[in-house]
Design a protein around this ligand. Structure first.
Ligand SMILES: [Zn+2]
Length: 74
């Protein structure tokens, strides 16, 4: 096993994935740690989905969630 520095916390990876406050230490680590690199890539995909969801378009409840009312028998 190769000796590497401890993996950064998830919050650090998230910041790196978002491109905000990316620490050079985290950047260097992700470049050398394939495990964290995969995590960052996944986070970037999730961030893209979140930003898309936060768009101006209102997202109402899905009609599929509305179950048909059951008729109450007497
Ligand atoms: Zn790592």
């Amino acid at each position: 096993m190769t000796r590497t520095i401890a993996c950064p916390e998830n919050t650090d990876l998230l910041a790196f994935a978002a491109g905000d406050h990316a620490s050079p230490v985290v950047r260097s680590h992700v470049d050398a740690c394939p495990r964290c690199l995969r995590a960052v890539r996944r986070l970037r995909v999730e961030i893209g989905c979140l930003r898309s969801s936060l768009g101006p378009e209102p997202r109402g409840p899905s009609p599929a969630l509305a179950l048909p009312k059951a008729s109450s028998g007497g």
